[in-house]
Design a protein around this ligand. Structure first.
Ligand code: COA
Length: 174
């Protein structure tokens, strides 16, 4: 296994990201909303990455090897209205062979540094399936707090799944 770097994704990364997404989507009990056959086309992914680069409160990060293999991604999308521009949610996934090696934590650190650097993003949120213990552990470790539980929020592999809502404030709230 070689090293990797984390950087903002560009439309040129679309094919590598789709390969990564396909691996995650086909994992049993994969922890993400998307399932097999629900990935974007290459053109849709390229357009999404272009829009992400052009939007000041969106971020798409890729952890990528020197061989251009995407081994992890993190996508943050902020609100589009004046009232919610300051907040957004992210999704994250790491290639199974690269888990428990710090890639997920490093992606979240990068995203939080970027969010603080924008000067206006002051809240980062997420949802996580209640049985996704590894992800929950990582989020708690990074400072996210449990804010609530949405019951039967997802229907995955023939059963309803509850999700936790978590959030991190990047401001002193009075
Ligand atoms: C969740 C995910 C992004 C984390 O990425 P990662 O690169 O494995 O995370 P890290 O290596 O930075 O950290 C993993 C931590 O979880 C811990 N961990 C592993 N399995 C665990 C478990 N079953 N229960 C609790 N903690 C666990 C590790 O010990 C490590 O803790 P530490 O940093 O305190 O030592 C990755 O596992 C993943 O892609 N999972 C599948 C998709 C998914 O669930 N995405 C999140 C949707 S909300």
């Amino acid at each position: 296994m070689t090293g990797y770097i984390i950087r903002e994704a560009t439309p040129d990364d679309a094919a590598a990201i789709l390969v990564h997404n396909e691996i995650i989507a086909n994992e049993p009990d994969n922890g993400i909303t998307r399932g097999p056959g629900e990935n974007m086309t290459l053109e849709e992914e390229q357009t999404f990455l272009k829009n992400s680069l052009a939007t000041d409160n969106w971020l798409m990060l890729v952890a990528i090897t020197p061989e251009s293999e995407a081994i992890g991604i993190l996508g943050f999308q902020g609100g589009r209205r004046k009232a919610n521009r300051h907040e957004g949610e992210f999704g994250i996934s790491v290639n199974p062979e690269w888990r428990d090696k710090g890639v997920g934590s490093a992606l979240i650190q990068h995203m939080l540094a970027w969010a603080k650097g924008t000067g206006f993003i002051t809240r980062v949120g997420l949802t996580v399936m209640t049985h996704n213990e590894r992800a929950f552990h990582v989020y708690k470790k990074m400072g996210f707090e449990l804010e609530g539980c949405k019951r039967a929020a997802l229907f995955k592999e023939g059963r309803y799944v509850d999700v936790y809502m978590m959030g991190l404030l990047l401001m002193d709230r009075t």
